[in-house]
Write a protein that binds this ligand. Structure first.
Ligand code: ADP
Length: 319
């Protein structure tokens, strides 16, 4: 009996010790759970922070790339400006030298006229003088176009390019521009596509400025393509707008360059004037873009390298 009481007491003590131990273990487990939870929270916070830092890093890299692109664009623009100033001063002087030279020569030839000249001598001398004066006249036109473009560019920069809108006939404007070019390039074929069936196309525009755009497209088409190739001018329309397109069989322009050639001073590397007394300053298309956009129209170029280009613009019809 005494033995079993003692045994019971021992058991009781063991149970108590076990309970204490279990309680201790539970406490340790709770503490570990808490520590685990805290670690998870800390890890989550760290991950969030890391995410923010990575985002920040990506944003800074993007900003850096953008800043670098801006610097490169500025350096490019500066280089183009330097090249432009070099070419412009040369191109402005060249026609003057030719004009002056031809006038001096013509004056000398005039002095060589003699009272006893035969009719034939007289006619020959007059022909030579006429040729000299025509050469001078061509250079005056080149100079005039150059000075006009320079003035337009500075007006565009100062936001002061004035347009004189009026109701006018686009067909007349195109035909006049084409006739002028046919006179300047008598050996080149300039075809008007689809024009016979179109009588008149009334638009609200500045006819001189639209003529300037067509002239610029035409002179580019003529000066950048081989002399034996022709140029095509086409017109088409929808209910809302009319489209004019000038197509040549010149060198063609890569997709990358097509996007850039509307910028001021931009000249496509590797494309040079093939014929005529054409100057290349990279001003014309920038002026064209400003004129067409100010008319509420669109413009662009479709081109395949090696096959030619089609420069086009659209103008909205009078509402
Ligand atoms: P410019 O002809 O005086 O250089 P533009 O602004 O009219 O100036 O033309 C910009 C550049 O686009 C030209 O220098 C030339 O490289 C390219 N370009 C324009 N028209 C054509 C064309 N029809 N075919 C090929 N390249 C062209």
């Amino acid at each position: 009996m005494e033995g079993s009481v003692q045994e019971e007491q021992t058991n009781y003590q063991e149970v108590r010790a076990l309970r204490v131990r279990i309680a201790e273990l539970e406490k340790i487990q709770q503490e570990q759970n808490l520590a685990l939870h805290q670690e998870k929270e800390a890890r989550k916070a760290l991950e969030t922070r890391l995410h923010t830092v990575l985002n920040e890093r990506d944003r800074l890299i993007e900003e850096l790339t953008e800043a670098q692109d801006n610097i490169n664009a500025l350096l490019d623009a500066n280089q183009r400006m330097d090249e432009f100033l070099g070419i412009a001063s040369h191109e402005l002087r060249t026609p003057l030298t030719t004009i002056n030279g031809n006038i001096q020569l013509a004056k000398r030839r005039l002095k060589a006229f003699r009272l006893d000249d035969t009719r034939e001598d007289f006619a020959n001398k007059v022909d030579v003088i006429r040729e000299m004066l025509e050469r001078a006249e061509r250079q005056v036109r080149v100079q005039n176009r150059l000075v006009g473009d320079l003035l337009d560019i500075s007006r565009i920069q100062a936001n002061r390019l004035e347009l004189h809108f009026q109701e006018c006939d686009l067909i007349t404007v195109i035909k006049e521009a084409v006739e002028d070019q046919r006179a300047s390039w008598p050996k080149r074929l300039i075809v008007l596509d689809n024009f016979s069936c179109t009588q008149e196309i009334r638009i609200e525009a500045d006819p001189d400025r639209i003529g300037q755009v067509i002239t610029n497209y035409l002179t580019n088409a003529l000066k950048y393509s081989a002399p034996e190739t022709g140029v095509n001018v086409a017109i088409s329309s929808t209910a809302q707008e009319v489209k004019v397109a000038v197509q040549d069989a010149g060198p063609g322009i890569s997709t990358e360059e097509q996007a850039q050639l509307w910028q001021r001073f931009y000249r496509v590397p590797g494309i040079s004037v093939q014929n005529g007394s054409g100057v290349s300053l990279g001003l014309g298309l920038h002026i064209c873009r400003t004129i067409i956009e100010r008319h509420g129209g669109h413009l662009g170029v479709d081109s395949i390298q090696g096959e030619g280009s089609t420069f086009w613009f659209t103008l909205p019809f009078i509402a």
